[in-house]
Design a binder for this molecule. Sequence first.
Ligand code: C2E
Ligand code: CA
Ligand code: CA
Ligand code: CA
Length: 278
Amino acid sequence: AKSSHGSSIRFFDPTLAEIAKHRQRLENDLRRAIRAGQFALFLQPIVDLTQNALVGAEALLRWQHPEHGLVPPDEFIPLAEETGLINDIGLWVLEEAGKQLAVWQQAGLPLYLSVNVSGRQIPDGLPPSLLVDQAARLGFSPASLALEITEGVLLSDFGSAQSWLDAVRSSGFPVYLDDFGTGYSSLSYLKRFAVDRLKVDKSFVRDIGTNLGDRALVAAVTAMARSFHLDVVAEGVEDADHVRLLRHMGCRYAQGYYFSRPVPMESFHEFSARIPEL
Ligand code: C2E
Ligand code: CA
Ligand code: CA
Ligand code: CA
């Protein structure tokens, strides 16, 4: 038993060392990325199905790596969270979103933005007072900046998450519960934590055209949300059939490739004009 144990360690060692080295390199690169101007915010439209109108967008982070090209967030956000770099990155995201909101509000455009907030940023990485100061400094209304959190946020330190949530909402910033339905205790959280909107995860929306179970689930979430006086945003809306079914269920907001993929912030205006007829 001893010798086979030894040989398996010899077998795996180089691989582990390589993974560790790759990780270290990525971490160093990530540390430099903000200063080097390698991050960009992409915006994906959110439409109101009852008004047939563009109402806002979700800000999604992109990393243009000098050698690896565009690195998707799923590949660097977890590392940013583990290393704590997510706090600085989150502040950068907030600053960029805030500047864009100020421009829109100067121009009289009633669009809002939502940004993703990682559990790691709550409460100290993103103090509510900092949000309030930022809105005043950059000149945008708190009501126009929504914060998307996931259930995981509320799982960690219950009390401080609750105070953060209360402070943020009473300062006028809406809070959305993201990836709704993918956690294991969605309903009990809704009872405890007051939020403004639910975002139904795209994994439930994808097959509502063909899968009656998924369709019933999204319909049930929409009906339940209504009784909590919460609006619902359906994610991952990819075709006209999705739109038709969601509208029939009374789901108010939708976001997905059918309307537009996430686009660079600078070209959001061109893209938003091309949203298909609803
Ligand atoms: P998320 O918050 O659930 O964002 C929605 C994801 O679904 C985005 O992926 C978006 O591009 C994708 N998506 C939108 N419409 C469709 C559709 O119709 N079909 C399909 N298949 N996908 C669609 P993305 O941009 O790769 O972001 C992945 C995740 O990375 C986000 O999931 C979010 O959890 C995280 N993330 C992105 N930006 C930030 C950020 O600034 N801060 C933090 N903490 N996390 C971020
Ligand atoms: Ca989100
Ligand atoms: Ca989501
Ligand atoms: Ca997600």
